[in-house]
Design a protein around this ligand. Structure first.
Ligand code: IMP
Ligand code: MG
Length: 176
């Protein structure tokens, strides 16, 4: 393990939990084809593991957004850098996020997608930091509730570093 990192969730714990989430999602969407919308780039690894564990059919699309502000804090002002390739009207959409922190990004995305009239819209996040919430928004599926620490790995970055780590680690530089 690299200096300055402490494992919070091991790859085995993550794998186990992703399987449980996939089972719950497969039950809830039985007989339906779900459109998984990944939020780039952080959700890529979670989405790719999740879709392979689902027992239902799925399709994949991506959005990229950037929130203005520093790299470790969200400002709530969201800009769409890459929009969906396809329309989602009438589709069963599951928005897939890496982490919900203040909730500002998610609130924006949810309202933006809802306006496109999907048949249903739910949110799956791997991680949730409920302590930090600034707006009232709850994911429908959540992998782990974690304490207020800055984490990297399994898709999550700090300045584009560490996304490749198999474990989710606390970046000790920012440890609370
Ligand atoms: P929110 O708008 O504050 O909920 O911010 C969500 C976004 O901030 C996530 O999609 C991440 O890109 C980023 N983020 C928040 N907390 C962390 C963290 O602990 N590690 C890495 N990225 C984070
Ligand atoms: Mg993100």
């Amino acid at each position: 393990m690299k200096k300055g990192l402490k494992v919070l969730l091991s790859k085995e714990q993550i794998e186990e939990r992703v399987k449980e989430l996939a089972a719950a999602i497969s039950r809830d969407y039985q007989g339906k084809k779900v459109l998984l919308i990944g939020v780039l780039k952080g959700a890529v690894i979670f989405l790719s593991d999740l879709c392979r564990q689902l027992e239902i059919e799925s399709q994949i699309d991506f959005m990229a957004v950037s929130s203005y502000g520093s790299s470790t804090a969200s400002s709530g002002v969201v800009r769409i850098l890459k929009d969906l390739d396809e329309e989602i009207e009438g589709r069963d959409v599951l928005l897939v996020e890496d982490i919900v922190d203040t909730g500002l990004t998610l609130k924006y995305l949810k309202e933006n997608l809802q306006a496109r009239r999907p048949r249903s819209l739910k949110i799956a996040t791997l991680l949730d930091k409920p302590e930090r919430r600034k707006v009232d928004i709850e994911p429908d599926y959540c992998g782990f509730r974690i304490p207020n620490e800055f984490v990297v790995g399994y898709g999550l970055d700090y300045n584009e570093e560490y996304r490749y780590l198999a474990d989710i680690c606390i970046l000790l530089e920012f440890a609370q």
